[in-house]
Design a protein around this ligand. Sequence first.
Ligand SMILES: Cc1cc2nc3c(=O)[nH]c(=O)nc-3n(C[C@H](O)[C@H](O)[C@H](O)COP(=O)(O)OP(=O)(O)OC[C@H]3O[C@@H](n4cnc5c(N)ncnc54)[C@H](O)[C@@H]3O)c2cc1C
Length: 400
Amino acid sequence: MNPSPFSFARTSEEQKRLDEIGRLADTLRDEAARADEENGFSYGAIDALKEAGYPSLTVPAEYGGAGASLYEFVLLQERLAQGDAATALGIGWHLGIVLELANQPAWQDKYEALCRDIASRNLLINRAATEKGTGSPSRGGRPATTAEEVEGGYLLNGRKTFTTLAPALDLVIVTASLEPDGNHGEFVFPVATEGVRIEPTWDMVGMRGTASHDLVLEDVLVPPEARVKHTRSEPSRPGPAAHPYLLHIPACYLGIALAARREAVTFAAAYRPNSLPHPILELPHIRQLIGEIELELSAARHFLYAVAQRWESAPANPGAFAADLSAVKTFAVRTALTVVDKSMRIAGAHSLAMTHPLQRLYRDVRFGLHNPPMDDVTLKQLADRAERELLPPPEGTAEA
Ligand SMILES: Cc1cc2nc3c(=O)[nH]c(=O)nc-3n(C[C@H](O)[C@H](O)[C@H](O)COP(=O)(O)OP(=O)(O)OC[C@H]3O[C@@H](n4cnc5c(N)ncnc54)[C@H](O)[C@@H]3O)c2cc1C
């Protein structure tokens, strides 16, 4: 194996899959730009990914999937995002959920069938947890969506916002408050169920191709087995701060940063204004900006892949890495924001033309701030970790 020094593939098999997804990602750029311009959706990208069997990347091999590890999932997602970040974020949720549910006891009665369906029929799944009234579900707000137990199952009513991948979803996991006791529950069912409607509300400045529309539920009757049987000690809502599968988010935004880097360097090599005898690439201040981009990206990517590798080496103890998993996301998004900014400084005002790829990357990268875990949560986690490590436990606690 002789990968580029910028490749984080660990084996020739990983490098091969990375090259394959890289070739596919490069074909997706034009449609991604079109989906952004038209506030549409890259159906062609989804078809191409299905054709390549990508929806079953993280399905365990015993259930017909590729059985990719967390590390490999992150590696491929970062590359995919360089071609089409919106589609990468969407399919990243799907693939990440498949990884996540493998270890959730409440899902064990459904997991094998779900995986086999994904592997054989290329089904796509996502979680619809956000609502206007709750804001980010990671804050623990109570869903206004209700699930009432009735004859034949549960009756669901409500409206979810930010349902990424909405036009292509086959299955959805919906959080709801169970009536009358008010406990939270999760329900999984086909989007094609009667009473489910996608309302095309997504009209944001960036990540337009995620088509994260509203999912409206009007008297949706789902069978009893649609309910995920969480127990009280096992929260129905994932604690995003501690979930390794969420590493697809920093991978996506670093993919955007890598795409910006490529635009900046190729622009600098080609652009020679008539005030200069050479391309701007040779100018000291441009080389300094490129050097800073390399430094920042290198640190963020080593951090991402080191944490993915560490988690993979000790999956039995995910709690030990909770703060690092969150820190990777915060650090990667901060890095991606500054890398895109520096790339645009290199290209100058050319980067602001609506026809220039950098302006889309600039709008898209901003969205990383609003995917979980949120920065304040990460920083608190890190502060708590420092306190635990460096200070004696407060008097009266079990350890004191
Ligand atoms: C591109 C994209 C794709 C997404 N895809 C999905 C998806 O597929 N499924 C899904 O369910 N969701 C999805 N989301 C939603 C996402 O997970 C968040 O719920 C959403 O971005 C809102 O986050 P927020 O922090 O802006 O909202 P809010 O929680 O409303 O926060 C707004 C402000 O209030 C502060 N705030 C609010 N509550 C608290 C609190 N309790 N404590 C401290 N501060 C608080 C925040 O810090 C922030 O400053 C997506 C979001 C984006 C941007």
